[in-house]
Structures are given as structure tokens and as C-alpha cells.
Design a protein around this ligand. Structure first.
Ligand code: SF4
Ligand code: SF4
Length: 445
């Protein structure tokens, strides 16, 4: 049994030098199997090894003290085929924190395995060379903007060369219109409340959010101002490290976490707001990520305590009712890292239902993953496509004009699904809709 196998282990496996693997959290699994029907990969493949319970068993055998199984490619395939969607956490009656466990397992794997050169090149470039470096990230998106604006994109697409470019081609096909790079500068360091200031909040502008969804960031700040918040967007903040944590690149994630804590600390904030669900889940878990950092663990706990998703914060303070009507039909897809990772389910619905004139249509299986899962749609394209297929069928069935969802990866994935199927729907962040209602603007015009 899994529990018996792991009871005696004290994080001393000489093979892997485990310092941070959460043994007690692994032992909480009673093997009841209640999580299995909620797991997208288990539903697709029907294999125990591709289920939460099977993956917990694989982690257990790999990290036990005596005769650990090797961390080989087969083992990694099962662990990395997990979407880290955390639906199993919601289903689990024993409180197994699967997300934390699978992320730690991946970190241990990365520390103890020499990946192929090509893999190392790409992961080093993206996770170490671009995402944590603001100037380089800006440059990459400026070049991509030029690529789109100068018409090179349509030429490249016509040649069919993208199909030969593997993962690069996949990434290109998902890329939406990139906003004018200078738009980012409209996001001020300090944006005062409209009327009396009731709260002073920090705003996490994010890395990809700031580049691809600048308008949503600006809308978030406007909505906060409208609701009596002074909004502070510190310049020294950086990427939150969510993609790093999900993919086992923990050393970089720790550095980014320290930088973000430094950037927001000492600003006397009532809350720190984020509009990206995947980033929010990681930021709320900085305390767990930094538990072994003697200098930062207490500071990380205070930081995480203040983190709120925008919908969660607005529900908490009670929003100023918008006056503008939006006479449109909308459905809502729940980002996994909001509903399962942060247990935020009712608040985005409340926020949408506060908009006068909006007709809400329930989405079947709204809490199931769309297959985006960070960079999963690039690393596991086939599984991602299968999962997206089911999601798109449910979305099409709603016949809504707008699909609302609160995470950049989900927005991109659903946009791709709509584009490929020729469905005339628009994907928007719920806060964009609320902003339109405050400004009396029709989101589809
Ligand atoms: S996180 Fe999602 S994909 Fe991974 S085991 Fe749990 S339910 Fe399955
Ligand atoms: S529901 Fe929880 S306790 Fe039951 S098998 Fe899944 S992870 Fe283990």
C-alpha cells in the first residue's frame, strides 16, 4: 500500500536528495478513487497511471527510501501528462493537495535528470532567458507585433511553413493580435480611486497578461478605481513564476517570488489583486513555495494572505452596480486554477450577473479543463486537442455571443478552438465585460 511504503521515509533518499517533497501530503491519500471520474486524462485514456491515484503511486515509488524506482522517461511521461488542473483536489475527501505534490515531483525530476539538448535549449531560453527578463520579454513581443503588423504573418501562413515548424508553428497559430507595445505605458504606477478612496490595493500586471492582454489590465485598474480603490502597480514586480513552478523550474520561481515580495512589501496595501487565475494560484501559494527560505517564509505568508483574484476581491467589498446595459448572451468557462486551485466559483458568476441586460447561459462541464494548462497545449498537443474538442462542443451548444473566462491561457485556447471551428463568438475576461458596463460600451462593437 502506498501509505505503508512511504511511512518510514524521512526525505533522505540519497538518489534524489529530497529536501522539499511533502511526504505527509502524499500519505493523506486513502486510494478511495473518488478523484478518478474528475480527471481529464483518465477520462481520455482510461489508464490508472494517467489518473490522480496512479500518479500519486508513481510519486511514492520514485521517492521512497528503500529501492526507489528510477526517474525514467516512462515515469516522467505519466507525471507530465497531468494537466495540473487540480480537479482531483476538489473531488478528494481526504484533502490531498495534488497540485503541490505533482509540482514538487517535477522539480525533483528536473534536478535529477539530464534532459535532451533540444529540450534544455528551449526551456532555458523561455524559463530563464525571456520570461524573468522584462526587457527581453518586451523585445520579443515588439518583434512579434512587427511580424503581424508588417504582414509577414499572412505571408508565412500562406506558405504552409508553420506545419513544418513543429512546436514553434503550434505557438504561432495560437498567437492573437498583439496590442500596440506603447499601450503598456498607459498602466500607471499609481491610479487614484474615483471618488472617496476606500481601499489601497496593489495590482499584479503579469508577464504574458501585460503583453497580450494590456486592455484587460487597463480595464481591471479602471474597475478597481470605479470601486473606490487607489491602485498601485509597482514597476519592480516580475513574472510570478507560475509556469516555472508547474514545470519543475523551481530555482527561477524562487528568485521571482523574492522579487515580487520585495516589490509589494512596505506599501501598506489592503489587498494585492491579480486577474490571471493561473498566476493567482501560484501567488497565493508563495508561502508553501518559500517555506524553507528562512529570510522570506514569513514575508511570503503575509504576501499570499493579501492575494485576491479580481472577482474574489470585488465580491468581498461589494461592487458599485454598473449602470450601462449589455444586451448580449454570455457563458462562463471556469479556469482550473480559479475554481480548483483557489476555490473561487461563485464570485465570477455574481460579477457577470451584476451587469444589467446580460443574459447568462450555463456552460456544461464549465469546471473541466480546456486543455490549455500553461504550456501543456505546446508540450502535449494531442491530449490538449482532445480535451479542447469536448470543451468546444459544449461552448458551441450554448450559442452564446460571448465566452467569459479569467485566465490568459484559457482565453488563447478557446480563441483557437473558436477560430478553427469558425464559431462567431468572442472570448473576454469577465472584468472586461464589467468595465464595458461601467463605461456604457457594447463589448461587440
Ligand atoms: S491535476 Fe488534473 S490531470 Fe492531473 S491528476 Fe489531477 S485531475 Fe488529473
Ligand atoms: S480522492 Fe483523494 S484520497 Fe481518494 S484516491 Fe483520489 S487523491 Fe487519493
Amino acid at each position: 500500500m502506498l501509505g505503508q511504503e512511504t511511512q518510514s521515509r524521512q526525505h533522505t533518499n540519497p538518489l534524489i536528495g529530497v529536501e522539499f517533497f511533502s511526504q505527509k501530503k502524499l500519505d493523506a491519500c486513502t486510494h478511495c478513487g473518488l478523484c478518478l471520474p474528475t480527471c481529464p486524462t483518465y477520462r481520455e485514456l482510461g489508464l490508472e497511471t494517467d489518473s490522480p491515484r496512479g500518479r500519486l503511486y508513481l510519486m511514492s515509488t520514485a521517492f521512497r527510501d528503500v529501492n526507489p524506482t528510477p526517474l525514467n522517461e516512462d515515469w516522467a511521461n505519466y507525471i507530465y501528462r497531468c494537466l495540473d488542473c487540480r480537479a482531483c483536489e476538489t473531488a478528494c475527501p481526504s484533502g490531498v493537495q495534488f497540485g503541490e505534490l505533482v509540482e514538487e515531483a517535477r522539480a525533483i525530476y528536473e534536478l535529477n535528470t539530464k534532459r535532451p539538448t533540444k529540450y534544455r535549449f528551449w526551456t532555458n531560453l523561455v524559463f530563464k532567458g525571456i520570461l524573468p527578463k522584462r526587457i527581453r520579454l518586451n523585445l520579443v513581443f515588439e518583434l512579434l507585433w512587427l511580424y503581424q503588423r508588417l504582414g509577414i504573418r499572412s505571408l508565412v501562413r500562406k506558405t504552409g511553413i508553420l506545419k513544418l515548424m513543429g512546436k514553434m508553428g503550434e505557438m504561432e497559430s495560437m498567437m492573437p493580435e498583439i496590442p500596440t507595445p506603447t499601450l503598456k505605458f498607459s498602466l500607471r504606477r499609481f491610479s487614484p480611486a474615483i471618488g472617496e478612496a476606500r481601499y489601497r490595493v496593489g495590482f499584479v500586471s503579469g508577464c504574458v497578461m501585460n503583453q497580450l492582454f494590456t486592455q484587460t489590465n487597463l480595464a481591471t485598474v479602471r474597475v478597481l478605481q470605479e470601486n473606490g480603490c487607489d491602485v498601485l502597480t509597482p514597476r519592480k514586480q516580475n513574472c510570478c513564476g507560475a509556469l516555472h513552478v508547474h514545470n519543475g523550474v523551481r530555482d527561477v520561481a524562487l528568485g521571482l517570488a523574492r522579487q515580487n515580495i520585495d516589490a509589494f512589501e512596505g506599501e501598506d496595501l489592503d489587498a494585492i489583486i491579480i486577474n490571471s487565475a493561473g498566476c493567482g494560484a501560484t501567488l497565493k501559494e508563495y508561502d508553501a513555495l518559500m517555506q524553507h527560505d528562512t529570510e522570506y517564509s514569513g514575508r511570503a505568508a503575509r504576501f499570499s494572505e493579501k492575494m485576491r483574484d479580481i472577482s474574489e476581491f470585488l465580491a468581498e467589498i461589494g461592487i458599485t452596480p454598473p449602470k450601462g446595459e449589455i444586451k448580449r448572451t454570455v457563458t462562463y468557462d471556469e479556469p482550473c486554477h480559479l475554481v480548483h486551485g483557489q476555490n473561487v466559483h461563485d464570485q465570477p458568476h455574481q460579477l457577470l450577473q451584476s451587469i444589467p441586460g446580460l443574459r447568462f447561459i450555463k456552460l456544461r462541464e464549465s469546471e473541466w479543463c480546456c486543455g490549455s494548462a500553461g504550456i501543456y497545449n505546446i508540450t502535449q498537443p494531442d491530449m490538449s486537442r482532445d480535451i479542447l474538442e469536448r470543451k468546444m462542443k459544449h461552448i458551441a451548444d450554448t450559442e452564446a455571443e460571448i465566452v467569459a473566462t479569467g485566465n490568459p491561457g484559457c482565453i488563447l485556447q478557446i480563441q483557437l478552438g473558436l477560430r478553427e471551428r469558425g464559431l462567431p463568438m468572442k472570448v473576454m475576461h469577465p472584468v472586461d465585460l464589467l468595465d464595458c458596463a461601467y463605461r456604457g460600451v457594447d463589448p461587440l462593437e
